[in-house]
Write a protein that binds this ligand. Structure first.
Ligand code: COA
Length: 536
């Protein structure tokens, strides 16, 4: 399924990657008072990533396990040095990091200017934090005013971008600049202060990671085709956005955890590198400005991209928060699966708002299999519906609520087990459908069946992306009247990134948050009440 999946889920999709496909990952919030603070942090993010890359290059990233099974680690080797290349009908993916001549540079974006920075000094040693700061400062000093937001073209519908890309590449200078961006190990966007602040720093950071706040914000200061793009804002909103084709969230969150650990343990600080290891300052090659010649056609393409992105940006709303009521430890103490518990809270939250259940997608990892990506856990079940109805019925006792909760959690856990073992239904059906198409047959009528269509209109698109640090991933809904909900469950708290579209009169992420928090607390209270009663 691996190749089929990459095409069907990503490269054949013609909608923009922004909002519709590329998630944001918000790092623990920082506070920068000066440009020095910002550049210092950005330099450490770069140094931390290069430190991580040593494990990738040496293939020593610790192998992950699910229970006693080892997991396929191939995604870890596909994120650095990778880029999605736009096409007119289908995109492609290029893994420059795995070529015989792997890249040795990163690209830094500031005020929509792009600069190439070689990050390995003499003898192939990664530049130190001190040297990286010097290079970043040089970039900032040479890009004080915004230029044409060429990067905004990457936010377009893929067919439109594919055509513009062909045009852009006709110019030799542009072609060379694009090559450098495509080939770089990763990209770092140095942003200004948050544009259009919502009054909530988590939401601001999430929106900035997902769409850069559009043309008025920093969307031109990005290259959304690049797999890894770190974003370091002026005041401390830090995160990344990643192009989803080569990997799922967990390897990306793992990279972030490595970076934060690198920073928090003081690695790369002045003094730790050892004086004798510092190449003299003059040996650094100056960051190389990547030039773009903007023809009138490209100028028009940029204007069109701005208009298209503006409507996407104004449509997306996000509510991100830390739920502090309890975390995994409490749920485990009740002998329940934390993930299934949270999934049931999401079902209940939806039912409370809409008075009916919502088709519900959760990603399950199929990395027990070579090149495995995901299977769908269909979290909406007979048991989840009965549970939501029982919880919302004031006449029901705590014991009845707990009984329905345990049954719903059990049903979800069993489905999740099947899914991670390759026994789900969605990828299997996709395989059959694509086989039919490849064999020149009509698509079987099942795929047009009203029941199939309704059950696949995933009004809840959810995913667990755990991280060791106080971070969270976030993404847009899958359907116009749906919600996106990604969470990082920790021992005593849960981070949530939720989203909805303004254009849907039915959904609102702030209402969803309220209902979700209420659901989690109602479930908690039912369990506590029931166990107290049992003790009496
Ligand atoms: N009683 C006590 N503890 C329990 C329990 C129970 N009944 N059931 C589970 N637990 C424990 C587990 O042993 C585990 O313990 P650990 O923290 O020591 O490892 C912990 O609770 C978490 O387990 P659980 O919440 O059940 O599931 P999970 O963390 O394994 O997650 C999936 C389940 C489906 C999310 C996971 O398997 C998966 O596939 N994740 C990847 C998803 C993905 O790729 N997302 C990204 C898409 S971009």
């Amino acid at each position: 399924l691996a190749d089929w999946w990459i095409n069907a889920a990503y490269l054949d999709c013609r909608g923009p990657v922004v909002v519709w496909s590329s998630p944001g990952l918000v790092f623990p919030l920082q506070e920068f008072k000066t440009l020095d603070d910002q550049l210092n942090f950005a330099a450490k993010v770069i140094a931390g990533t290069l430190d991580y890359k040593i494990m990738v290059d040496e293939k020593t990233v610790p192998v992950e396990r699910m229970g006693k099974d080892v997991l396929d680690m191939s995604q870890y080797f596909k994120v650095l040095g990778t880029c999605r290349i736009p096409g007119v009908t289908r995109d492609t993916l290029q893994f420059y990091g795995q070529s015989s001549d792997p890249p040795k540079h990163i690209v830094v974006a500031h005020n929509n200017h792009f600069f190439k920075i070689d990050v390995y000094g003499k003898g192939g040693k990664p530049l130190s934090v001190r040297q990286l700061i010097q290079q970043l400062r040089n970039v900032v000093e040479r890009s004080t005013h915004p230029t044409h937001p060429i990067g905004i073209l990457t936010t377009q519908n893929r067919n439109v971008w594919g055509k513009a890309y062909k045009q852009l590449r006709k110019d030799k200078v542009n072609r060379a600049s694009i090559e450098e961006i495509h080939r770089c190990i990763f990209l770092v966007a140095l942003d200004g202060p948050v544009v259009n602040p919502t009054g909530n720093e988590m939401n601001d950071a999430a929106l900035n990671c997902v769409h850069g706040n559009g043309p008025q914000g920093y969307a031109g200061n990005r290259w959304y085709d690049k797999t890894i793009q770190f974003i370091v804002g002026k005041k401390g909103a830090v995160g990344l956005t990643y192009e989803h084709t080569p990997a799922e969230g967990p390897p990306i969150a793992n990279l972030m955890d490595h970076i934060m650990n690198y920073i928090n343990t003081g690695k790369g600080e002045e003094g730790t590198e050892g004086k004798e290891n510092r190449p003299p300052v003059e040996e650094l090659s100056r960051p190389h400005r990547l030039i773009f010649n903007i023809s009138p056609t490209i100028k028009q393409d940029i204007e069109d991209a701005k208009v298209a992105l503006e409507s996407l940006v104004s449509d997306l709303e996000m509510t991100c928060f830390k739920f502090s009521g309890f975390g995994k430890s409490f749920i485990k103490s009740q002998k329940l699966s934390p993930d299934s518990f949270i999934q049931m809270a999401i079902q209940l939250a939806f039912y409370r708002i809409h008075g009916e259940p919502g088709a519900h997608y959760e990603s399950a990892s199929t990395r027990k299999f070579i090149y495995g990506r995901t299977e769908t856990i269909r979290s909406c079940s007979m048991q989840s519906v009965a549970f939501a109805q029982t919880m919302l019925d004031k006449e029901q006792s705590a014991a009845a609520k707990v009984k329905s909760l345990r049954e719903a959690v059990e049903a979800h856990k069993n489905y999740a087990k099947d899914a991670v073992n390759g026994l789900g239904v969605d990828r299997h059906l996709l395989g059959l459908k694509l086989s039919a198409i490849e064999a020149g047959m009509d698509v079987p009528s099942l795929f047009m069946d009203v029941g199939y269509l309704r059950s696949s209109h995933m009004r809840l698109s959810t995913s667990q992306v755990p991280a060791r640090c106080e971070a969270f991933m976030c993404f847009g809904p899958l359907v116009p009247d749906g919600y996106g909900c990604c969470y990082n469950p920790r021992d005593t708290e849960i981070f949530f990134g939720t989203s909805a579209f303004n254009s849907s009169p039915e959904t609102d992420s702030a209402t969803f948050r309220q209902s979700l928090e209420q659901s989690l607390m109602d479930m908690h209270n039912a369990l506590v009440q029931d166990s107290l009663k049992a003790k009496l």
